[in-house]
Design a protein around this ligand. Structure first.
Ligand code: WQD
Length: 339
């Protein structure tokens, strides 16, 4: 079976391509390389021994999307990662985010109807919950007004898919609401490749440990949490990748309850920034240079997932630990720093 993975050279996309290939699926990747590197294709091939088909295409070009589906008429399912995802950048460049994250989704869904491609996995985010009222967060928690245009594109994306599923009963889709993906493939051949100064915590941690960044700034230690630093649900990217394959197979085998389902993909455990720092130091036997600074605008105090629904319906649960993720993240950082 052939699966299209858009954004398949990105952080989560590349790990999902590996997981798909390991389950015997043929993979074709579309990526415009705006936030990834062609060398990731070599990394995937080194891990699985199978080089995925690759098309450098910008999904914002509707004619190119149509052309792709005219040339590939054996796609059984699509996992859609390709999107801009920097929260802060989205505040300053909202139209870039609406064009890239919404426009491309619409072109893909249109082609799916045209070509009778029935199975669609959507990369969503816990950002849709905003500052949650209760923890852990379940899928029935209210979607709050988005705190950023990025978060809004995920909310709008889910609504577009919901309406598409209502209009086209044969179309089947699952949205996976990720919490905080971290780590890298244990082989050290693929991992996170942030362009420029990392926005996210763990790549900044590993770049600080590698001497690329002088010091890690901890954004606030005055939150109402046990150690004062903010809490998130950090999930190993390999576990996250596997959840996509399991979700897609639910659709292939018609095990879905409705033709649009939503699942939280997290570990169900919250960890603070300081716990990440201390665990990183412990598993990698090193000292990290960090300082406490003021809070970052838009950050929420605490967010972690209730993962019962994914466990019950998908039969999926995170297996790897935060220690595994922080060890793998450092292994990957050392590999790319050595290049
Ligand atoms: C985690 C914690 C920061 C950097 C974002 C998106 C979310 C998803 C994951 C796409 C926070 C603190 C961070 C630093 C720090 N992306 N931090 N110093 O903001 O929880 O989630 O990325 O789907 O949608 O919103 O992740 O890694 O940026 O921050 O202290 O240099 O680390 O304040 O508490 P976040 P993050």
């Amino acid at each position: 079976m052939k699966v299209l993975v858009t954004g398949g050279l990105g952080f989560i996309g590349s790990h999902t391509v590996v997981a798909l290939q390991e389950k015997g699926y043929e993979v074709v990747i579309i990526d415009n390389l705006s936030n990834s590197d062609i060398s990731v294709l070599d990394g995937i091939t080194r891990i699985t021994g199978v080089r995925p088909e690759f098309e450098k295409t910008d999904l914002r070009d509707k004619a190119k999307v149509i052309d792709f589906f005219n040339r590939y008429n054996d796609i059984e399912g699509i996992i859609h990662f390709a999107a801009s995802k920097a929260v802060n950048e989205s505040v300053h460049q909202p139209l870039l985010y609406y064009e890239n994250n919404i426009g491309t989704l619409i072109y893909l869904l249109q082609q799916m109807q045209e070509k009778a491609v029935r199975n669609f996995i959507f990369s969503s985010s816990c950002t849709v919950y905003g500052e949650p009222d209760t923890l852990p967060i379940t899928e029935s928690a209210p979607v709050k007004p988005a705190l950023s245009p990025y978060g809004n594109t995920k909310q709008i994306g889910e609504e577009i898919i919901r309406d598409t599923a209502k209009a086209y009963p044969k179309f089947k889709s699952i949205a996976l609401r990720y919490f905080n993906p971290i780590g890298a493939h244990p082989s050290g051949h693929i991992g996170e490749l942030p362009l420029g100064v990392p926005q996210n915590l763990v790549p900044f941690v590993t770049q600080t440990a590698a001497g690329i960044r002088e010091v890690l700034s901890v954004f606030g230690d005055d939150y109402s949490t046990p150690d004062g630093t903010a809490i998130r649900d950090y999930i190993h990217v390999v576990d996250l990748a596997e959840s996509h394959v399991i979700a897609l197979e639910r659709l292939f085998e018609n095990r879905q309850k409705t033709n649009f389902e939503i699942f939280n993909i997290g570990t169900g455990r919250g960890s603070s920034v300081m716990e990440i720092i201390k665990t990183f130091e412990k598993v990698n036997t090193l000292k990290l240079n960090y300082k406490i600074v003021g809070r970052r605008e838009g950050d929420v105090t605490a967010v972690w997932a209730d993962t019962d629904l994914a466990e019950k319906e998908l039969g999926w649960k995170a297996r790897l630990t935060m220690e595994d993720a922080l060890r793998d993240a450092w292994h990957w950082q050392q590999n790319i720093s050595a290049k």
